[in-house]
Design a protein around this ligand. Structure first.
Ligand code: GTP
Ligand code: MG
Length: 273
């Protein structure tokens, strides 16, 4: 075969992508990458200094993907070093530790830092995000449950995986889905395909479930003032029931939220004449 034709074909099949890892210090970013690339786990904590860079090759369908991985340091001290590396990423691995709520709460500020550093042409829509709820092997210390993490991720159109760099759980599945989505996006002209963003539930449903989880009492849960009348309680209940009914709502955590609303209404009505 003509060598130029052959080269062109090979070029079409091979792809180069850049991915970065983000999340608080010590959540397991480097260990997740090491588990995937080197098939091993390092129990001792060796903080990443600024940034670690590595290259790996993966096969997605008929394409060979050359992946440049920039593993960021989570410590605020290294902000000045990592801020330059956000640009031109096709994929982001967002990691939190299921045993540390503050590392989950920090995900929003990682997205904010990223947006800020990418500048005005930042288009977060055309980046594939995968959220790793890491250290699931440490079941006893878990404080952020699956539905809460999944809701946060899926309401933003991000993938969600439960992972353990220690046992290897979820790691290969996560990377496979991640690289496959990045390839789909590249083949779609660099745009995230719409199926990636379509999550099957609304922002209102996601926000309501989050609000219910964080409510301080039954009044607060139903969104009525303490001392509200039976009619007001029932009206608020009906609105939430329509929004969250398990037959209609597929958002993670909707079933628990629906049950909590039913219970809140029952307990309030008991005490209202
Ligand atoms: P920085 O580089 O400082 O941002 O931290 P990092 O997010 O890269 O964390 P790293 O991968 O270095 O892991 C931190 C600590 O958590 C190490 O002691 C790891 O051995 C441990 N660790 C990481 N993943 C897991 C896991 O899935 N399970 C358990 N039990 N420990 C883990
Ligand atoms: Mg690290």
């Amino acid at each position: 075969m003509d060598t130029n034709v052959q080269k062109r074909r090979e070029n079409k099949k091979s792809l180069r992508v850049k991915v970065i890892s983000l999340g608080n210090a010590e959540v397991g970013k480097s260990c997740i990458i090491k588990r995937y690339c080197e098939k091993r786990f390092v129990p001792k904590y060796l903080a990443t200094i600024g940034i670690d860079y590595g290259v790996t090759k993966v096969q997605v369908r008929d394409r060979e993907i050359k992946v440049n991985i920039f593993d960021m340091a989570g410590h605020p001290f290294f902000y000045e070093v990592r801020n330059e590396f956000y640009k031109d990423s096709q994929g982001v691995i967002l990691v939190y530790d299921v045993g540390l709520r503050e590392s989950f709460d920090a995900l929003d500020s990682w997205l904010t830092e990223m947006k800020q550093e990418m500048g005005s042409q930042a288009n977060m829509e055309n980046i594939i995000f995968v959220v790793c709820a890491n250290k699931v092997d440490l079941t006893k210390r878990r404080v952020v449950d699956e539905s809460e993490g999944k809701l946060w991720a899926e309401s933003r159109g991000f993938h969600y995986f439960e992972t353990s760099a220690q046992s290897g759980e979820g790691i290969n599945e996560m990377f496979q889905a991640f690289f496959s989505s990045i390839t789909d996006m590249c083949e779609n002209g660099g745009k995230r395909p719409t199926s990636e963003v379509n999550v099957g539930f609304t922002k209102e449903q996601a926000d309501t479930i989050r609000r219910i989880r964080n409510s301080k009492d039954s009044w607060d849960m139903l969104g009525v003032k303490p001392g509200a009348t039976r009619e007001e309680v029932n009206k608020a209940y009906r609105k939430l029931a329509v929004l969250l009914h398990p037959d209609k709502c597929v958002a993670p955590g909707s079933e628990d939220a629906f049950k909590a609303v039913v219970n809140a209404r029952t307990s309030l009505l008991k005490n209202i004449k």
